[in-house]
Design a protein around this ligand. Structure first.
Ligand code: PEP
Ligand code: MG
Length: 316
């Protein structure tokens, strides 16, 4: 039975009636990548590159970054690797990159905003990614998108970096949906990118106007709030108009009980913490797409997160 379970964990994931759902892992290091492969992850849905920049006095060099991205790519053995560009600021301050203190960092120059303000940093990172990760394995994802101009700005940098490296094969570019704005204009954004992945941690924080790190409002920061679920549905709808897939890489994607709901909302890729990958796969395999969609319809009509949670418990 144990080898059977191990074998199942390594198989691609489908619902009980055969709808393909990719189960990826969130990574922050080479060690994580090895753990993800052992756990049966089909790829990396979010590589948090900030960790490379934290706890040091200056930014890592292009060569240092390239070596790390290459090591993770090699460990993943040709599985897709979605590398998120630097997501500094907000709850991840890096003193040597932020010259001015901000009164409200969560609404400040964080994520892609900082990258666009510092094209030197961004293009160094893009060159390191393009040189370090070969072939179709290489995918790039932008954090904290709120406006189409941000995608266009990064695209210009990506074109320059591509020329500098001399790379000729197309590399997929995607965005994170972490702001209500991005969810509402997902159709316009989807026209400019290859995929969208929902960062439910920040999307919840910004939708409910409740700081994800503030213990005083922790009870409010609930990704099952119907407002968040409706923004996820809206994102899927907008992305679908351009044939783009939508994933979830926030913490909601690491909760096996929620996986059927996300699949029912039209999510086709889930990226979880490595250790949870087998459980997420098992939860998806246990549900049909029709049952998942019926659950999603009821959750979208629910009046509160508590009601959504009760629906999930009813299914379990
Ligand atoms: C998120 O916001 O859901 C996310 C995945 O990004 P991070 O947690 O790194 O902000
Ligand atoms: Mg985030």
């Amino acid at each position: 039975a144990r080898t059977g379970a191990l074998r199942a964990a390594q198989q691609p994931c489908t619902t009980a009636d055969g709808t393909r759902i990719e189960v990826f892992a969130n990574l922050g290091s080479v060690d994580d990548a090895a753990a993800a492969v052992r756990a049966g992850a089909e790829g990396c849905g979010l590589l948090r590159t900030e960790f490379l920049f934290l706890d040091r006095a200056e930014a890592p060099t292009e060569a240092e970054q390239q070596a790390l991205y290459a090591a993770i790519a090699t460990t993943l053995d040709e599985r897709p690797l979605i590398i998120r560009t630097l997501d500094i600021g907000g709850d991840k301050p890096v003193p040597y990159l932020h010259s001015r203190p901000e009164e409200n960092p969560a609404l400040g120059q964080r994520g892609v905003r900082l990258s666009l303000a510092r094209p030197d940093l961004l293009e160094t990172q893009l060159r390191a990614i393009l040189a370090g990760v070969p072939g179709a394995q290489c995918r790039i994802m932008l954090p904290m998108i709120a406006d189409i101009g941000e995608v266009e700005g990064v695209r210009a940098s990506l074109n320059r970096a591509t020329l500098a490296i001399g790379r000729t094969d197309p590399v997929q570019l995607g965005i994170m949906v972490e702001t209500p704005a991005a969810a509402m204009i997902a159709d316009h954004l989807a026209a400019k990118v290859d995929f969208l992945s929902i960062g439910t941690n920040d999307l919840t924080q910004y939708t409910l106007a409740a700081d994800r790190g503030n213990a005083g409002v922790a009870a409010m920061v609930d990704a099952l709030h119907p407002a968040v679920l409706r923004l996820i549905a809206r994102t899927v709808e907008g992305a679908g108009r351009h044939g783009r897939w939508v994933g979830v890489c926030g913490s909601l994607g690491s909760d096996p009980r929620v996986a059927p709901l996300l699949v029912g909302l039209g999510i086709t890729e889930l990226s979880a913490v490595p250790a949870i990958v087998p459980e997420v796969k098992a939860a998806i395999r246990a549900v049909t797409i029709a049952a998942a969609r019926a659950l999603a319809a009821r959750a979208l009509a629910a009046t509160s997160a508590a009601e959504v949670r009760a629906l999930l418990e009813e299914q379990a």
